[in-house]
Write a protein that binds this ligand. Structure first.
Ligand SMILES: [Zn+2]
Length: 622
């Protein structure tokens, strides 16, 4: 065996050892879209023609399928319209003040849309394996009753033609965004609903989250020759369109140009188009082509985009080492929409921002390429799993690139912790296991999804150890890329990597609103007593400073962990003796351990990764 084969052999052995946390019997559906789109840019309408191959791997026959028709949300009287009218804190982008500045009267922007301004997707012809098929549309969902079921393992072919109108820009997609982008095209095509072991996911579009099966997209967009497009996937004919190739000869027929895109193994295809768009690009060290497609708004703005492009390439390389390689050949950052939103190999972001904000939004959306696009997380159910993990990845990237010299903070997600504490001490917290759409407030939803979700990850590192967390991310990548993992799948990988049982942690932190509160309650010359003042047990790091100036780190594992985290590598702990104490268990409210020297200071959780909502009682000073 030469060196190469020996290394290959070792790699295979390691991979085989790792795959134990894979779920046996796991399956997923597959879709392949081929679409021809013809855009009437003056009327903000388009016609679509689709051939959709749908592979049923579910182990049972399917007599119905469902499609999302997201544009239908932008019609007066829709579920999204009612949601806006009745939620306590509606999204400011989606409401309009019809009163005065002193006496505002906010109404849903959707309520006032005229028939020329609404969005719609009207299905004209739908066949299944060549047979005419009946369908019924309720709001943003279409139910299709099949003339005969799709057998297990069978591939069904749907042919569809439809007409669509692009709504006024209200949320994510639409015409003439605030920044002047003509067409922001997200959730713009009839999209096969998601079916998995939990059943059909038939969520109407009321503004939030998505889930869809993976598949290949072959999309041709026919649009006026003056327009430039930024889209998901790989542009197949850059030499025949405007913007991408200096030597391009734009090939127009009847003043229109066809843009041809192919995207492999993604679950959402988006694009935007505008005559003012310019295109820039750069390559990451690992060879991914990153594109920016934007409207230049002056010198500073153009320079921001240039800088952001450079930083984005570095961010992709950073993520590749920490979270697993980005597997697609391109990523396209397109100006469009109303903030930032992730799609397969692309994002739509608003671009009129300062450099920090532009980079922040790009990092966040790019981080979703892992947590949501590559791991097809069901955001409608586990919104914190995509948003929280994404916030975590983006924050690590920000710190890595902007604090290179100063090193990464002890807790890189401390801002997320602070926001979570505020939420936890408000009356707005609901269990994170709640379906994304059903939170009482946008405040509660966003702080749980983005901040409590990020806290869950960083605190997991506190429980299993920072290096184990890093290994968990990489093993999870190997096992779950291009699949639809649940939070439990991540938990199982973390358990197998660390040898620590995490049942209690995931259950209490996700399914309840219980809060952590530990306190140093008694210190004598011979013992320290700590009290669990909450109903949420956790392991503890306790840093003790003695009167003689020396320090000792005591580690108290929790019995239900059935394991211990290894010593962690923090500057704070350099030269500090670490002592592992006996397990604590959750039915016992206080814990006392002996000390042999006079104590001057006791500090619970010196790295600030324990989400203790009452930190005022975490330290003792003599
Ligand atoms: Zn996000």
């Amino acid at each position: 065996m030469n060196r190469y084969f020996f290394l290959l052999f070792i790699a295979i052995v390691i991979t085989t050892l790792r795959v134990s946390a894979q779920r046996k019997g796991y399956w997923q559906q597959k879709v392949d879209y081929k679409m021809y789109i013809d855009v009437d840019e003056k009327a903000y309408q388009y016609t679509g023609k689709m051939t959709l191959k749908y592979t049923n791997n579910s182990g049972r026959p399917l007599s119905k399928v469902y499609f999302h028709l997201y544009f239908n949300a932008f019609q007066p009287g829709s579920m999204m319209d009612y949601r806006l009218a009745h939620i306590a804190d509606p999204d400011k982008r989606m409401i309009v003040n019809t009163g005065t500045e002193e006496k505002p009267v906010w109404i849903s922007k959707i309520a006032s849309l005229t028939p020329e301004q609404i969005g719609y997707q009207k299905i004209e012809i739908l066949t299944y394996n060549g047979l005419n098929t009946s369908f019924k549309v309720d709001g943003t969902l279409m139910e299709v009753t099949l003339p005969h079921p799709i057998g297990d393992g069978d591939e069904a072919v749907f042919e569809m033609t439809w007409r669509a109108q692009v709504p006024e820009q209200i949320r994510r997609s639409g015409r003439n965004s605030q920044e002047g982008v003509a067409l922001s095209m997200a959730q713009w095509y009839p999209k096969m609903a998601h079916f998995d072991e939990f059943g059909w996911h038939l969520d109407e579009y009321i503004a939030r989250e998505f889930i869809a099966p993976f598949g290949d997209f072959d999309v041709t967009i026919n649009i006026h020759k003056d327009y430039v497009i930024g889209a998901s996937g790989v542009l197949q004919n850059p030499q025949a369109v405007k913007g991408y190739d200096k030597r391009a000869k734009v090939q127009a027929t009847n003043n229109k140009v066809s843009w041809h895109y192919i995207a492999k193994n993604i679950h959402d295809f988006a694009w935007a188009a505008d005559p003012k768009f310019v295109v820039d690009s750069a390559k990451t060290e690992r060879g991914v082509s990153i594109y920016t497609v934007f409207i230049p708004l002056g010198k500073e703005n153009t320079s921001n985009w240039k800088q952001a492009l450079g930083l984005a390439t570095e961010f992709f390389d950073f993520c590749a080492t920490r979270f697993g390689p980005y597997p697609w050949p391109t990523y396209t950052i397109v100006q469009g929409g109303d903030g930032g939103m992730e799609y397969g190999t692309a994002t739509l972001v608003t671009g009129n921002r300062n450099i920090r904000s532009l980079v922040g939004v790009i990092f966040h959306e790019a981080a979703h390429s892992w947590y949501q696009q590559l791991f097809g997380i069901n955001e409608t159910v586990d919104e914190w799993f995509d948003e929280g993990f994404t916030s975590y990845v983006a924050e690590l990237g920000m710190q890595h690139l902007f604090h290179k010299k100063g090193g990464v903070a002890t807790n890189p997600t401390i801002d997320a912790y602070r926001a979570y504490y505020k939420l936890a001490l408000s009356d707005k917290e609901e269990p994170m296991s709640l379906l994304a759409d059903y939170y009482h407030t946008n405040y509660g939803y966003s702080n749980e999804a983005y901040n409590k979700g990020a806290v869950l990850v960083e605190q997991l590192g506190y429980i299993i150890g920072r290096e184990n967390l890093e290994q968990t991310f990489l093993t999870f990548y190997d096992l779950w890329k291009f699949k639809h993992p649940t939070p439990n799948d991540f938990k199982r990988v973390a358990e197998e990597v660390s040898g620590i049982n995490l049942k209690w942690y995931f259950n209490l932190f996700i399914n309840t609103t219980r809060k952590i509160d530990y306190a140093v309650t008694d210190v004598t010359d011979s013992a320290i007593t700590i009290t669990n003042k909450s109903n949420f047990p956790m392991p503890l790091d306790v840093l003790v400073e003695y009167a003689d100036g020396s320090k000792e780190l005591f580690y108290i594992p929790l019995r239900e962990m059935r394991g211990e985290k290894p010593a962690e590598n923090y500057t704070l702990y350099e030269g500090v003796k670490r002592t592992t104490l006996e397990d604590w268990f959750w039915t016992k409210p206080t814990y006392t351990f002996p000390v042999r020297k006079k104590v001057s200071r006791v500090q619970l959780d010196p790295t600030q990764r324990l989400a203790d909502v009452e930190s005022g009682n975490n330290a003792y000073e003599r």
